[in-house]
Design a protein around this ligand. Structure first.
Ligand code: PHE
Length: 440
């Protein structure tokens, strides 16, 4: 079984892996979710805790997750099975892979709805629908979008179709080339927008909001959300990164590669925040206004800037593309798993897309369902998956196998990472969990 469970495709360049993994990591989490949860949980202190979670928990777990995929060259479910055999551990560990497959589908359900909003706003910008409108009208416009079943359903269906289309066509050829062009473009446009916000918005207030920590605002819930978001934004704990790790060339150090991805992901989230908050403050919007934040503040800016509809179109199209390069990694683990067991890639993709699509309809219908899926996946399923990955790589696998798997350049770096993986990450996750359910 070990042989036919492994993947045959392989990205030959390290950069292709970096771009695909960055494509997975950079998505709605960075541009849509990070600014609005920062707004909800009070700003600076939340950002600080989030950064600590990325560095001390996210990056160490990501290194482990890539290693598990690369050293088996298999999809997450089979990867865990192969490793349990190799390390003489109970097969129950494959729950990490299966939980990931399910988690990915659950995320796709609400993710595709938000991506649908991004497509809707792309269309609205292309057809100049909000050009010159006053701020209150633009605020009301978002309520219209999020209040219309048919409209959301149409765009969500299109997005799920696109996701399925890319996955059905295979990962290696399309994705690599697409992200090579799209990711740099996204960064350039965010920087232009940042310049615009800086020139016209309330930049100082927003920097203070984002970077002055006021710990009195920091609740237990905020810490749980910061940790959960670190997992969500890095695509960790559900096998997406493990599945991609299976395609990564074998000779490179995973450490440097993952640090590059973590840096890009964090930088893009911070830039998105610095581009969005000045407009929020300058237009007297509430930073804590929730999921609509990006869809209200940016159109207000675009509505009044020269060439705003062109900028708006490009920006929302790029957000949609960033969402697409993430959503494909949500179903790849499941599809790759089915494919290795004789189910044709197109059939597997159709099944996965159908589940995501139906769940998406549930999310459009009920905002409670939408919010619960977001909350449960990000704050529980992903950190729990990450905890199991850290424990498996840290304690179940032999140190030699792990060391061979990651191929770090120096022993010092290995020891530091290994310590973070075995103690800091699991204890951090456990403490946050226990605290959030009131046990400590
Ligand atoms: N990282 C993606 C984002 O920030 C979301 C994602 C989570 C993608 C988990 C894959 C797996 O938008």
């Amino acid at each position: 079984m070990t042989h036919n469970a492994t993947v045959k495709d392989n990205w030959t360049k390290r950069w292709t892996f970096i771009l695909a993994a960055t494509g997975s990591a950079v998505g709605l989490g960075n541009i849509w979710k990070f600014p609005y949860i920062t707004g909800e949980y009070g700003g600076g202190a939340f950002v600080l805790i989030y950064l600590a979670c990325i560095l001390l928990v996210g990056v160490p777990v990501m290194i482990a997750e890539v290693m598990l995929g690369r050293s088996t060259r298999a999809n997450p479910v089979d990867a865990m099975l192969i490793l349990t055999e190799r390390e003489n551990a109970p097969k129950l560990w494959s729950i990490v892979g299966i939980g990931g497959v399910i988690g990915g589908l659950l995320i796709l359900m609400f993710y595709s709805v938000v991506a649908g909003w991004a497509l809707d706003y792309s269309w609205q910008s292309l057809t100049a629908q909000y050009d010159g409108l006053p701020a209150p009208a633009i605020e009301a416009n978002f309520d219209d979008v999020a209040g219309s079943f048919a409209r959301q359903w149409g765009w969500q269906s299109l997005f799920v179709l696109l996701t399925g289309g890319v996955i059905a066509a295979g990962v290696t050829g399309g994705i690599g080339r697409a992200v090579e062009i799209l990711m740099p473009l996204l960064i350039v446009f965010l920087l232009i927008l940042l310049g615009y916000s800086w020139a016209t918005g309330d930049f100082i207030t927003s920097l203070k909001f984002m970077f002055t920590p006021d710990f009195s605002k920091l609740t237990t819930e905020a810490v749980l959300v910061a940790l959960g978001h670190a997992f969500f934004t890095l695509s960790l704990g559900m096998g997406a990164i493990m599945a991609y790790g299976a395609y990564m060339p074998g000779e490179h150090s995973i450490g440097k590669t993952v640090i590059t991805i973590g840096f890009l992901d964090t930088a893009i989230a911070l830039i998105a925040g610095m581009a969005i908050f000045p407009l929020v403050f300058a237009n007297n919007l509430e930073p804590s206004s929730g999921p609509g934040l990006m869809f209200v503040s940016l159109p207000i800016a675009f509505a009044h800037m020269p060439g705003g509809m062109v900028f708006g179109s490009i920006f929302f199209i790029l957000v949609s593309i960033a969402a697409l390069s993430s959503s494909i990694s949500l179903i790849e683990p499941g599809v790759a798993w089915l494919e290795r067991h004789g189910i044709h890639r197109k059939v597997g993709t159709t099944g996965a897309a159908l589940i995501g699509w139906l769940g998406g309809i549930g999310c459009i219908y009920s905002s409670d369902f939408f919010n619960s899926l977001d909350h449960i996946t990000a704050n529980y399923i992903l950190p729990l998956g990450g905890l199991l990955i850290a424990l498996f790589a840290g304690f179940v696998m032999s140190r030699d196998h792990v060391k061979e798997g990651v191929r770090f350049d120096t022993d010092t770096f290995f020891s530091l990472w290994y310590f973070a993986l075995r103690y800091i990450a699991p204890l951090g996750i456990l403490i946050v969990f226990l605290h959030s359910v009131g046990l400590i």
